[in-house]
Design a protein around this ligand. Sequence first.
Ligand code: R5P
Length: 324
Amino acid sequence: MSEHKGGMHGTIKLFSGTGCPALAEEISQYLGIPLSPRDIIQFPNENIFVRLRESIRGQDVFLIQTTSSPVNYNVMELLILLDALKRASPDRITAVIPYLSYARSDKKDQPRVPITARLMADIIGAAGADRYILLDLHADQIQGFFSIPGDVMTVFSILSNYFREKRLDNAVVVASDLGFAKKARNLAAELGMPLAFVEKRRVSMDTEALTLVGEVDGHDIIIVDDEVDTGGTMVNSVKIVREHGARDVYLCFAHAVFSPPAVERLRSLSIEEIVTTNSVPIPPEKRLPNLTVLSVASLLGEVIQRVHEGRSVGEVFQDFQYFE
Ligand code: R5P
């Protein structure tokens, strides 16, 4: 923990919404900076009211709020907190959003549909954020939707370290989705493992795994994706690698969205371990016995510290070539 002096944007002020209180507290402990007091009230008519309980004038504010379930409430709370912060005259506001909802709609892939990832980027900036810090977006191009600067960090540095320590000597990384193929390739390279792909086609709200490209017979398998939402993609991926002779199967993903019936689906799988992070809070009833949750607190805390001090954020990943 370092001594905190005022930087060029004042001193760090940490605020959190109610989306990820445990993670916010962990980040606060990493930085040795308390969460600033604020009131958040929801009126009987569901309108949200917030009040900051200390001055932030001229300071460097970081607002930690994830936008997982309840998604729409957490998004509004984020925006209303940003508005309150902006009106309290800080020097700078950084929105720290461990999981960005609505990011999966990032193009018009059918007529007359919205691009909600762009909408989110617009409203976060309009509400008052000067910068953002995000983790593993559904598609990296979403960065281009923001007109404010920011940093998108990857938790796969943390996940790959975890798997490296397992010393699986015969494993293959399997991308559960072609959209994740490039990142899966980088992870496989990082772990020194071969790569395979599941070709998936989405049929209405469900998914169907159609083809496995690559060799998995007799190998341990690490199936990777950016998130598990309803669990359909992972179920299909496990099924197809099993059909092709996989040995032990591990699941590895950044965001445990776990919408129903994900937990029941994951529980029904015969797999070794499910490895994810706390970018989305996972309540006790969703914590399966084979679930391992790695914390992103020190990653986010370190990035906050570096942004505040105007130091390189890329250096955090200097041993990890994930983005290449
Ligand atoms: C989709 O493009 C994503 O990368 C994930 O594969 C998807 O969000 C997983 O959704 P589900 O768990 O509902 O299959």
